[in-house]
Design a protein around this ligand. Structure first.
Ligand SMILES: [Zn+2]
Length: 273
């Protein structure tokens, strides 16, 4: 009995000690499509499943979870060459609905061969612009968050899309149905990385970088009020709702991505002040 009690006491002090040493805090939802904000030791480095993550000098970083993520991910915090924290992230799974949309212009579902070169070049240029987001060291995302537009949600993140009866890739974003011309505002501070008046699928498009690789995108716009390399502040007008590209009616498609992982923009609320 005494032996058992001693073991219990040791465990008690050990766990208390661990808590006292732990300096890493996590804010946000650990869920498919989610994003978390992590604060740890200034000067620390971090690894997720063995891969290095970008950490600010103050020990701040973000982790995103894709649509179908690994359910268990291991976050390690290294400080002064010692492993200081090992945190198991149990990522909540989600199920996604099927969304059928009919009446889309035929050539926007199956582009004719003559458009394939254009589509390829557009995708390449979007990707190249998005890749620049990793170079933005300033943590713009830390300056607060508001939604870019308020209206009925007509499409959610993750749904399996069946367009004109054909299975297509999942929907990576939120659709907000609004009248043509309604204003769209920057939800967070950032730097404009890409603008285009009329991409084949996404029409009038803006991509903004918010630090450490995080980007948000705004599609099907009728007008664009910003240009590349502009510094935008949260709440600034960036463009107007339209139905350009592949759209059956005016709406804002709002997307988010963190270093190749497509996120559900609703979880950007983690940055709300
Ligand atoms: Zn959409």
């Amino acid at each position: 009995m005494i032996k058992f009690f001693v073991v219990f006491l040791c465990l008690f002090f050990l766990s208390n000690n661990l808590i006292a040493n732990a300096k890493t805090t996590i804010k946000g939802d650990i869920i498919a499509g989610g994003i978390i904000l992590v604060n740890t030791f200034p000067g620390a480095s971090a690894r997720l499943d063995g891969n290095d993550i970008l950490v600010s000098d103050q020990g701040i970083f973000i982790i995103g979870f894709q649509r179908d993520p690994n359910p268990i991910q291991v976050l390690e915090i290294i400080h002064e060459n010692k492993l200081k924290d090992k945190i198991i992230l149990n990522v909540t799974k989600r199920t996604y609905n099927i969304q059928r949309i009919n009446g889309i212009e035929k050539e926007k579902v199956d582009p004719p061969k003559s458009f394939l070169d254009r589509i390829y070049l557009e995708r390449k240029s979007v990707k190249e612009s998005r890749n620049k987001a990793i170079l933005i060291e300033k943590l713009f995302y830390n300056n607060g968050f508001n939604v870019p537009a308020i209206g009925p949600i007509s499409g959610v993140y993750g749904s399996q899309r069946i367009l004109n009866g054909k299975a297509k890739s999942p929907h990576y974003g939120i659709d907000i149905a609004l009248p043509e011309g309604d204003r769209v505002f920057a939800p967070m501070d950032g730097i404009v990385l890409f603008t285009h008046n009329d991409l084949y699928f996404s029409g009038g498009t803006i991509i903004i970088g918010h630090g450490q690789g995080l980007t948000t995108s705004y599609l099907h716009l009728s007008d664009i009020s910003v240009k590349n390399n502009d510094l935008v502040k949260r709440g600034d007008l960036i463009g107007n709702v339209g139905s350009t590209g592949r759209a059956t009616g005016p709406h804002l498609h709002w997307g988010a991505e963190l270093n190749g992982k497509r996120l559900d923009p609703q979880y950007l609320k983690v940055f709300q002040k």
